[in-house]
Design a protein around this ligand. Structure first.
Ligand code: ADE
Length: 275
């Protein structure tokens, strides 16, 4: 996969040289290029922002430096693959923004299938909206939000997204099994984990994990996923496909106050929990 990031703070992306993502880059699994938006300005002060039309607080990023930056990335890629960048292989342009669609594991998997991702890191009050309209001629444009809070710019969001997407690329995570069992891979939170010693500061590891009974361990872990998700993220259970749950799993959900109705989990009204 090839990733291009455009930012006025290229140094912000330095952590992508470390750890698993840094290793993936060294191994040629991920090609990552960071571009300084200011190199695409033409004035002496390398200006990237201006006051907003209509008034209001803050500054807005000027459109032309963005067009120059994105055009140079689109042209470089078209030259590299010997193809027109407005053909069916348009790269995805991700614009981190609190006004975008929510980033989640499903989107990480979807984006991990792409050949090229371009990230446009806005700062200040954002990028002139016409850039996104114009860019749709070269890219599939997707404004994406990390969550319902506001960061100072897109860079931190890009660090999170590139890590979440990059670790899904084949060969990046040593043991692909660990991708299967982690939180959100099946719409549930991950079960709790323990290591040696089996007794620590008067706290024992749950006995089932020492039993050697792999069937029982798998069921315990699954039910811990149900319990954790019901407690911490009940919103995830609304989407959960409960149609094919085994009887023991239905019972476990029953004890947590959920019934299966038409293949979906339905929370029993409060006060209607079993004793
Ligand atoms: N830029 C500012 N806030 C953001 C957020 N919540 N997600 C993605 N990019 C952002």
């Amino acid at each position: 996969m090839r990733v291009d990031v455009v930012s006025i703070f290229p140094e912000y992306l330095a952590p992508l040289e470390l750890s698993l993502i840094g290793k993936a880059r060294q191994d040629g699994l991920l090609e990552l290029n960071v571009h300084d938006l200011r190199t695409f300005t033409t004035d002496k002060h390398r200006t990237v922002d201006d006051t907003p039309y209509g008034g209001g607080a803050g500054m807005v990023m000027k459109p032309e430096p963005w067009a120059q930056a994105l055009e140079s990335i689109a042209n470089a890629q078209a030259a590299a693959i010997g193809d027109s960048s407005d053909g069916p292989t348009k790269p995805v342009l991700i614009v981190p923004s609190p006004a975008g669609e929510r980033f989640n594991q499903a989107l990480a998997y979807e984006l991990a299938e792409e050949e090229q991702l371009v990230f446009a890191c806005g700062r200040y009050e954002g990028i002139d909206e016409r850039v996104m309209e114009w860019a749709a001629g070269h890219f599939t444009v997707r404004p994406v939000s990390l969550g319902d809070y506001v960061l100072n710019g897109g860079e931190v969001a890009v660090l999170a997204m590139v890590e979440a997407i990059g670790r899904l690329l084949p060969g990046v995570v040593g043991n692909p099994e660990s991708l299967v069992e982690e939180s959100h891979s099946d719409g549930l939170l991950e079960y709790p984990v323990y290591t040696k010693p089996s007794s620590w500061r008067d706290r024992d590891v749950p006995a089932v994990l020492l039993s050697g009974n792999h069937g029982k361990i798998a069921q315990w872990r699954r039910h811990e996923q149900f319990r954790r998700t019901a407690e911490r993220r009940p919103d995830l259970l609304v989407e959960f496909d409960a149609g094919r749950l085994a009887r023991a799993d239905r019972t476990a959900f029953g004890e947590l106050g959920y019934d299966v109705v038409d293949g979906r989990l339905r929370r029993r009204p409060d006060g209607d929990l079993p004793d």
